[in-house]
Design a protein around this ligand. Structure first.
Ligand SMILES: NC(=O)c1ccc[n+]([C@@H]2O[C@H](COP(=O)([O-])OP(=O)(O)OC[C@H]3O[C@@H](n4cnc5c(N)ncnc54)[C@H](OP(=O)(O)O)[C@@H]3O)[C@@H](O)[C@H]2O)c1
Length: 294
């Protein structure tokens, strides 16, 4: 595999690069946009000519598109920029892939759903509540019309031990160590996804030869509060810095779906990979933190 990982400086792209580096027969080039990292190339997916010239130079056979404007409230404040990065950008990449039949694995989100039902399957109808979800859904629709050799992998609430990420598990860890109170919603549900396990899912989907829509998320639905309590228990931390509250008290700029949990039956069936649940993922998070000397 000659892989191009777009968004390799982000949380998901970092894990994918690590996985590809230890995968026999895989060569990978990763890109960043604004945060340079060793060995990565600069690429802005909103520039069609930059995308085309990197494709011409590197000639990937597989592209993992992990790049996004993933800050949900910022997308709400700047919907035009969100569309530019999250919808037009992927369309530029899909057009470049279409030229040579390059395989494209696009990472999308559970926020395409309104969260009124939970345990969404791939056949359920999206109805995003916020600009981030709308921009990602627009990308799904646009790239589907441009590129045939395509997998769309929707993920959710991604966490990993990564000091440069502000994922929910890292927020818990940082607030606990500072003794800072943290309000956590007891009525918002999702399928938390361990980033290294997501990388495995993305690679398996790429190698599967399958096309279409997949939910690539953690194997269990849980509230943010229960996830936080399990985090503390696993890490051996006191959970008294956690303040359980209803999600409504946050009044975020972008409304959040109350239950955007995803069914992962299809990916299990088609790849044989059983996504980790949050209890197993958090044990691996702890191992990773210990290895980093925490
Ligand atoms: N994190 C979650 O909980 C979650 C949940 C559901 C879905 N997802 C999806 O999963 C994917 C990966 O998320 P993540 O957590 O890894 O996000 P992240 O840590 O915020 O990383 C985003 C990546 O996109 C790059 N990027 C931003 N704008 C770009 C542009 N104009 N051109 C090229 N690259 C650009 C960033 O590069 P620089 O940092 O160098 O600027 C970075 O590498 C995204 O598609 C996101 O929508 C994430």
């Amino acid at each position: 595999m000659k892989a191009l990982v777009i968004g390799a400086s982000g949380q998901v792209g970092t894990e994918l690069m690590r996985l590809l580096a230890r995968t026999n027969g895989a060569d990978a080039l990763g890109t960043y946009s604004k945060h340079p990292a060793a060995g990565l190339r600069q690429l802005d997916i909103t520039s069609p000519s930059s995308v085309a010239s990197l494709f011409k130079e590197y000639e990937p056979d597989t592209v993992f598109l992990c790049a996004a404007m993933a800050h949900v409230d910022l997308c709400q404040e700047q919907p035009e920029l969100a569309r530019k990065v999250n919808a037009h950008g992927p369309a530029n990449v899909a057009a470049a892939c279409a030229c040579k039949g390059t395989r494209l694995v696009f990472v999308s989100t559970d926020y395409v759903f309104d969260g009124s039902k939970g345990m969404y399957a791939e056949g359920d109808t999206p109805a995003p509540l916020n600009e981030y979800g709308r921009s990602k859904l627009e990308a799904e629709n646009r790239i589907g019309g441009l590129c045939r050799n395509l997998v769309i992998a929707r993920t959710a609430m991604v966490y990993s031990y990564n000091p440069s990420s502000s994922n929910f598990a890292m927020q818990l860890m940082n607030n606990s160590s500072k003794g800072t109170k943290m309000r956590v919603a007891d009525d918002i549900y999702a399928s938390p996804t361990y980033a290294p396990d997501l990388a495995v899912m993305l690679l398996k989907l790429a190698e599967s030869g399958k096309t279409g829509l997949y939910h690539a998320a953690g194997g269990a639905r849980v509230s943010r509060l229960e996830f936080a309590k399990t985090f503390c228990k696993t890490m051996g931390l006191d959970d008294n810095f956690i303040d359980p509250v209803p999600g409504a008290v946050f009044k975020p700029k972008a409304p959040r779906p109350p239950d955007s949990s995803l069914s992962v039956d299809k990916i299990k069936r088609d790849t044989g990979h059983f996504p980790l649940d949050y209890e197993k993922g958090l044990k691996l998070f702890k191992q990773s933190a210990l290895e980093a000397g925490i």
